[in-house]
Design a protein. Structure first.
Length: 276
C-alpha cells in the first residue's frame, strides 16, 4: 500500500484507476476501507484515492496533532503531492467536514462535493455522541484513551449504533471487520483528542456557498444515531445542495449500508460537474 510522508508521519492511502480524480475521506473512528464498494465501482472510470487519516487504519498514530487544522493541512499537502486538480471530494462525517473546509479555501481545485452525514457543531450537538464529545473536550483523556482498547463486545455495540436497520442485516464478515477495527490498540486516542477541536466546525453551520462554489450533494441516513439527520436537513437549507438524498433505512455508514445509491450519487455528481 502506498504511503504519503506528512512531516514524518506515514499516511497510508489506496489508489486505483485513471481519469478524473475522486478522493475519499472517512469518518472519525473509520478508515479508508469504508469506501471499498465505491472504490471498486468507480476505478473503471476515474482515478480514485482513499486515505487513512492520521491515527486511523494503517496510518501512523502519533501522540498529538489531532486538530482540524492539521488534518486540513495534511489533505492539502496530499493533493499537492499527487498533483491532483479539479477533484471530486467525497467524505463521511468528519471527512465531509474536511472536504467542505478545503473547498472553502480552494474552490478552484474542487470539481464537486459529495458530503455523507456532514459533521458540524449543529449536527453533532443534539446526539449522545455530541454529549460524549463535550465531556471528552473538558477532560484530557488522551493518555487513558491511548492506553486502553475496547473489548470485542463493546466494539460491536459501537458499530451497531452506527448502523440503521438496513446496515444491521449486513454480512457477518463485514460487521466483524468493522468491530475488529474499533478493538485495535490506540483507536480511542484520535476521537478523544479531536473532540476538543470540534466546536470549531460551527463555522460550517452558517456557511452559504455562492453561485461559483463547487456543486454539493448531501447524503443522509434517516436513522443516523451518531449525528442528527434533522439538523442535517436544516444544514441543507444553508448549503443549498444540488442534490439532497435521504436514505430512510440507513444510519451513519451509508456507503456500506446502501453502496449502490452512494456510488450512483458520486458518479452523477462528477458527471454533472463535468458537463457544467
Amino acid at each position: 500500500m502506498p504511503v504519503f510522508d506528512y512531516h514524518g508521519v506515514s499516511v497510508t492511502y489506496e489508489h486505483a484507476g485513471s481519469g478524473d480524480p475522486i478522493v475519499f475521506l472517512h469518518n472519525i473512528g473509520g478508515d479508508r476501507r469504508i469506501w471499498v464498494n465505491q472504490m471498486r465501482a468507480l476505478s473503471g472510470t476515474n482515478s480514485v484515492y482513499a486515505l487513512d487519516l492520521i491515527g486511523y487504519g494503517e496510518s501512523d498514530t502519533p501522540a498529538g496533532g489531532y486538530t482540524i487544522e492539521n488534518y486540513l493541512r495534511m489533505l492539502t499537502e496530499f493533493l499537492d503531492a499527487q498533483r491532483l486538480s479539479r477533484v471530486t471530494l467525497v467524505g463521511n462525517c468528519f471527512g465531509s467536514a474536511l472536504s467542505l473546509l478545503y473547498a472553502r479555501r480552494n474552490p478552484e481545485n474542487v470539481r464537486a462535493l459529495v458530503l455523507c452525514s456532514p459533521l458540524t457543531a449543529n449536527t453533532l450537538r443534539p446526539t449522545p455522541t455530541g454529549l460524549t464529545a463535550r465531556l471528552a473536550s473538558r477532560m484530557k483523556l488522551d493518555p487513558v484513551a491511548g492506553a486502553i482498547r475496547l473489548p470485542a463486545l463493546a466494539a460491536g455495540l459501537v458499530v451497531r449504533e452506527q448502523l440503521g436497520p438496513r446496515g444491521r442485516t449486513m454480512d457477518r464478515a463485514a460487521f466483524a471487520e468493522l468491530r475488529h477495527r474499533w478493538a485495535e490498540p490506540q483507536r480511542l486516542l484520535p476521537p478523544a483528542a479531536i473532540a476538543r477541536d470540534l466546536p470549531k466546525l460551527a463555522v460550517l453551520d452558517g456557511f452559504r456557498p455562492d453561485a461559483d462554489f463547487p456543486p454539493i450533494t448531501t447524503v443522509w441516513g434517516a436513522k443516523n444515531h451518531i449525528l442528527s439527520a434533522a439538523a442535517g436537513a436544516r444544514l441543507n437549507e444553508t448549503l443549498a445542495p444540488l442534490r439532497a438524498i435521504t436514505l430512510p433505512e440507513c444510519g451513519h455508514l451509508v456507503m456500506l449500508e446502501d453502496p449502490d445509491t452512494v456510488t450512483t450519487a458520486i458518479r452523477t455528481a462528477t458527471r454533472t460537474a463535468l458537463a457544467g
